[in-house]
Write a protein that binds this ligand. Structure first.
Ligand code: ADP
Length: 435
C-alpha cells in the first residue's frame, strides 16, 4: 500500500476525506527528516495528497512506513520504484525535502515531465566544490579555493595556501567539519579532524577530498527565497548578529527583518539570484548564506536548493504569514500564495552546545521563557543523550524564539533568555576494546 497524507492524518487522529481528484505530491525525504511533518501539515492545509518516498520501511510514522521505500544511494532502482508509482497514479508535483533527496527528486521530475530543477543544477548546489567552481566560472564572488586530497601527503599540496583559510568537507551541512586555520599547525590539526569526521564516508570523492578556501572576513546574513520559473522571490532575510570568526562556525542567532540598509539587502538578493542562475536552478526553495566584507562586497558561502534548516522555518512563517512548506507546496503545484509583509521583529537562537558530554539537565528554562518577547523555548535533546559540539557534531540543544516589536528587541530578548539557561553535563567515558 502507498501511504498518503491520509495515513498521517489518520495517525494524528483527524478524519481522512480526500477525493481521487486532489493533486498528488511526491515528497522524497530521508526517513528521519524533521521536514517531513511540516510538509504533511502543509499538504493537509492545501488539501493535497502526499506520498513520501524514503528508506523508512520501519518508521513509526505511518505516512513514512507505508510510503514508497527507496535507497537514495541506488538512484536507478529508486527511480524505477518512483516511476512505477507514477504510472499507476500520476503525481502532480515532486519535491525533495533536503540536499540529499532533491537531486533524485529532480531526476524523477524530469522523467515524469513535471517542472522542477534540472538534475545537474541540484547536484551542483549540493556539492561545495562543484558549486564553487560553477560560481567562479559565472563571475559570482566566491573565495579562492582548491581541493586537498587527504590520501596524499599534505605538505606537497599547500603551494596555493594563504592564511587564514577555511577547510570543509565537500558535502556535509550545518557547519559540520568547517574549520578555520590561521597557520600550518592549525591546518594539519583541522585536516586530521575532518579526516576523522569523514572516516565512515564511503563516497569516493566526498570521503577523500576537503575544500580549502580563503577566509572571508565580514558579517553574515541568511537568505530564504522561492524560485518560480527562474524568478527568485525573497521570503525573508536574517541577520546573524554574532561575529562568526571561527575556528568553528556554529549558527546561533537569526534575526528578521534585516537591519542592514536597503542597498546591501538588494545586493544580497542579486548575488543569490545570480548564483541560482549559474547553477541552473529554476523552481522551489532556496536557502543561502552570504558574507559581506568591509567594502560591501557580497561573497557566497552557500546557496542550497532546499528550505532553511532546523526550526527556523517558523520565522519565515512569521515574516510571510504563511507556513514555509505551504508556500513551497503551493508553488510546486502552480498555486502561488500571497505573502504578507511582517511589521514586527522575530528571531531564533539555535542554542549552541558549548561542550561535549552527556546531558544531565537544563536549568533556568522557566526564567528564560518568562523573558519579555520570548514566544517559545524548545529543548530538543533529552537527558542522558550525548552532546557533540561543532565541528564534530551538527545539532543544537534546542531553540528559543522571540517575537517582538522590532528586530533589536528580538535579539535582546534572546540574549537575555539564553543567559538564564544553565546546561549541566556529565563527562562521557568511552570504553574501547582492549583498554
Ligand atoms: P555548511 O553547509 O556545513 O553550513 P558552509 O560552507 O556554509 O558549511 O560554512 C558554514 C559557515 O562557516 C558559513 O556560514 C560561514 O560562517 C563559515 N565559513 C565557511 N566558509 C568560509 C569562508 N571561506 N570564509 C569565512 N567564513 C566561512
Amino acid at each position: 500500500m502507498v501511504a498518503t497524507a491520509h495515513a498521517f492524518v489518520d495517525y494524528m487522529g483527524y478524519p481522512a476525506a480526500m477525493s481521487a481528484s486532489v493533486p498528488r505530491l511526491l515528497l522524497l525525504a530521508p526517513h528521519n527528516s524533521y521536514r517531513i511533518a511540516p510538509y504533511l501539515l502543509a499538504a493537509q492545509e492545501l488539501g493535497v495528497e502526499v506520498t513520501v518516498a524514503s528508506a523508512g520501511r520501519h518508521s513509526l510514522v505511518s505516512a513514512i512506513s507505508e510510503g514508497l521505500h527507496i535507497d537514495f544511494d541506488e538512484p536507478a532502482a529508486a527511480l524505477a520504484v518512483l516511476q512505477q508509482a507514477h504510472l499507476s497514479t500520476p503525481f502532480s508535483a515532486v519535491i525533495g525535502s533536503d540536499d540529499h533527496s532533491s537531486e533524485l527528486a529532480c531526476q524523477a521530475a524530469a522523467i515524469f515531465g513535471l517542472p522542477y530543477n534540472p538534475p545537474g543544477a541540484a547536484a551542483i548546489a549540493r556539492r561545495k566544490d562543484k558549486a564553487r567552481a560553477c560560481l567562479l566560472a559565472a563571475g559570482v564572488r566566491v573565495p579562492s579555493h582548491f581541493l586537498l586530497d587527504l590520501q596524499q601527503p599534505l605538505a606537497a599540496q599547500l603551494g596555493k595556501l594563504r592564511y587564514p583559510c577555511v577547510l570543509k568537507p565537500l558535502a556535509l551541512s550545518a557547519s559540520r567539519g568547517v574549520i578555520r586555520a590561521d597557520d600550518a599547525a592549525a591546518f594539519s590539526r583541522a585536516a586530521a579532524r575532518i579526516e576523522t569526521i569523514l572516516r565512515d564516508n564511503q563516497h569516493a570523492e566526498e570521503g577523500r577530498y576537503v575544500l580549502v578556501e580563503d577566509y572571508i572576513e565580514g558579517i553574515e546574513v541568511a537568505y530564504e527565497g522561492l524560485l518560480d520559473h527562474g524568478e527568485l522571490q525573497q521570503l525573508a532575510l536574517f541577520d546573524k548578529p554574532d561575529a562568526l570568526q571561527g575556528p568553528f562556525f556554529e549558527e546561533t542567532y537569526y534575526i528578521t527583518p534585516s537591519r542592514h540598509n536597503e542597498g546591501l539587502q538588494r545586493a544580497v538578493h542579486k548575488t543569490v539570484a545570480d548564483a541560482c542562475r549559474a547553477y541552473g536552478l529554476q523552481q522551489g526553495p532556496v536557502h543561502a548564506e552570504v558574507r559581506i566584507d568591509a567594502h560591501g562586497r557580497v561573497w557566497v558561502m552557500e546557496v542550497a536548493a532546499r528550505t532553511i534548516g532546523g526550526e527556523c522555518a517558523r520565522l519565515v512563517e512569521l515574516a510571510t504569514g504563511q507556513r514555509l512548506e505551504t508556500l513551497v507546496l503551493a508553488q510546486a503545484l502552480g498555486q502561488p500564495l500571497p505573502c504578507s509583509k511582517f511589521s514586527g521583529g522575530a528571531g531564533v537562537l539555535m542554542i549552541p552546545i558549548a561542550e561535549a558530554g552527556i546531558l544531565r539537565r537544563v536549568e533556568g528554562t522557566l526564567a528564560a521563557q518568562a523573558v519579555e518577547g520570548i514566544a517559545e523555548l524548545v529543548i530538543s535533546v533529552r537527558e542522558g543523550h550525548e552532546l557533540l559540539p561543532v565541528p564534530d557534531g551538527s545539532s543544537y540543544l534546542g531553540f528559543i524564539y522571540a517575537v517582538t516589536e522590532d528586530a533589536a528587541q528580538a535579539e535582546q530578548a534572546l540574549r537575555e533568555a539564553h543567559a538564564k539557561l544553565k546546561i549541566v553535563t556529565a563527562p562521557l567515558f568511552r570504553l574501547h576494546a582492549g583498554q
